[in-house]
Design a protein around this ligand. Structure first.
Ligand SMILES: [Zn+2]
Length: 165
């Protein structure tokens, strides 16, 4: 994808049975590093935990592709999307994580990068919905923290995409 700044290739992913049609948004940071926003520390942590996202977006708006969306990344865990009545969202979704803490919010370049990435994913895959990790795993997860869903809905209101919450 032309807008990707760097490919990193994480080891934990698997084959898909069908094309992805949902996007799950996450946020994450490096709890164990002095710099919460250090992407290398985040990637080391993901590898240790045998987790992966397809994309990670830094505070400066750099987009790292960690797993090709044609493969399954391991980002959602046990999950259920009630509006579409689908479970195990790893099977059918693309996971994008924005680097942020519970209180930092998101930078402007990071938000612009996310919107550009979403537009290009809409052109490549039959995306039906965008949702949050918190929505599909409410007992376990609360991310992406403080994300502006109203603004996302406003920006993409002309797309035929369900945005929940
Ligand atoms: Zn998450």
């Amino acid at each position: 994808m032309a807008l990707i700044n760097e490919k990193v290739s994480l080891p934990h992913f698997s084959k898909r049975e069908s094309e992805p049609n949902v996007i799950v948004l996450h946020s994450c940071y490096s709890k164990f590093s002095p710099n919460f926003f250090c992407y290398k520390s985040i990637i080391s942590y993901l590898n240790e935990q045998k987790l992966s996202y397809h994309f990670l977006i830094s505070r400066s708006g750099q987009i790292f592709e960690l797993v090709d969306p044609d493969y399954k990344a391991w980002h959602a865990g046990e999950s259920f999307f009630p509006e579409l009545n689908i479970n195990n969202l790893n099977d059918s979704s693309i996971g994008i994580s924005l680097i942020a803490t519970e209180t930092s919010g998101y930078s402007y370049p990071q938000t612009v990068a996310l919107y550009n990435l979403l537009r290009s994913l809409f052109s490549l895959y039959p995306i039906r919905a965008i949702t949050s990790h918190a929505h599909i795993a409410p007992q376990r997860k609360s991310d992406p923290w403080n994300f502006d869903w109203q603004e996302l809905k406003r920006v993409f209101k002309s797309e035929k995409v369900l945005i929940v919450p």
